[in-house]
Design a protein around this ligand. Structure first.
Ligand code: GUN
Length: 312
């Protein structure tokens, strides 16, 4: 049975297109060669392969340069550190992105510490993390930057609002808490030891799910009229892999039948859309904005490399 959608759907694809155009125009205005991005990919994760190819494709389409260095999945830490050193030293490279997740033998902290902080387009070097938390950001991690851009573009107020974030990762939850706090939201950052999540989440006027658990957020977590941001991109290859309550979802069922897989967020879209005031879809919500923000950060890196201030 088809259910009626009540939530406003926040379209990330349309906003991402505008932001990519902006990055293209800014890049074209810069002196010197087009900004250059080097992505370092330790192979072995099919999802990462797909993300990296969409990032490099979007980068080139915006008139920037992009290249990918692939390392084998069993690469030694030193091999990755050597690649980072080469990219740090290269005058051709403005921005460096080390795709996550890394295999278990590679400690992300040690890797991100090694980046030249003025080329760290992911904003994960401790200097950039510190600047963000002090409220004077240089590189803002792409996904949280995309979330804030989407809220602002849709004129969803942040100041004074109660925001609850599920997931305290370095790349989404923690930097997003800093960004929303800087915009005067009251932020609660939840994690695996948080007690009584549904009650806490129901207090949120802005609820962000970034935990990588398909369909985890149901209507029990959502206050009437809340804005719900779904950061999860979970690949499901069969109905058996889906949590029980998602197996009835017509969209999930159809996608698995037709494509042999479904992409589902951390939010149970069909059920939450009956309660939320606004909701991001998966795909087509936050994902495209992550890519657009990477272009913006690469332009910032190029500006810094050319002796210009990060922003006009
Ligand atoms: N893997 C998933 N999202 C990201 C991202 O924004 N940056 C990096 N480096 N890896 C990711």
């Amino acid at each position: 049975m088809e259910q009626k959608t009540t939530a406003r759907i926040l379209d990330g694809t349309a906003l991402a297109r505008r932001l990519r155009e902006e990055a293209r125009a800014q890049a074209a205005d810069l002196p010197g060669p087009p900004p250059g991005l080097r992505v370092i990919l330790v192979t072995g994760d099919p999802a990462s392969e797909a993300y990296v190819s969409s990032k490099t494709k979007a980068t080139r389409e915006a008139g920037l340069r992009a290249e990918t260095i692939r390392l084998p999945s069993d690469a030694a830490p030193q091999a990755l550190l050597d690649e980072i050193d080469r990219a740090n030293q290269s005058a051709e490279i403005d921005g460096i992105l080390v795709q996550l997740p890394l295999p278990p033998g590679l400690d992300p902290r040690r890797i991100f510490d090694a980046l030249d902080p003025s080329k760290d387009v992911d904003g994960l070097h401790p200097e950039n993390v510190g600047l963000l938390h002090q409220g004077r950001p240089r590189f803002v991690p792409c996904t949280p930057a995309g979330i804030v851009a989407l809220l602002e573009a849709n004129e969803i107020p942040i100041a004074g609002k109660r925001a609850v974030i599920l997931g305290r990762s370095e790349i989404v939850g923690k930097p997003l808490a800093a960004l929303l706090t800087a915009r005067d939201a009251t932020v609660t950052l939840c994690h695996s030891k948080t007690r009584d999540l549904p009650t806490l989440c129901r207090q949120a006027e802005i609820l962000v799910a970034a935990i990588g658990r398909p369909g985890f957020v149901t209507e029990d977590f959502v206050a009437e009229g809340a804005t719900v941001i779904d950061v999860g991109i979970n690949r499901i290859a069969s109905l058996e892999e889906a949590p029980a309550h998602l197996r009835n979802s017509e969209a999930v069922r159809r996608s698995i039948e037709e494509k042999g897989k479904a992409l589902v967020g951390d939010v149970d879209f069909a059920r939450v859309s009956q309660v939320a005031g606004a909701l991001t879809p998966v795909p087509g919500g936050i994902g495209p904005l992550t890519v657009a923000m990477l272009l913006r950060n690469t332009v910032i890196a190029a500006r810094l490399g050319r002796g210009l201030p990060a922003r006009d």
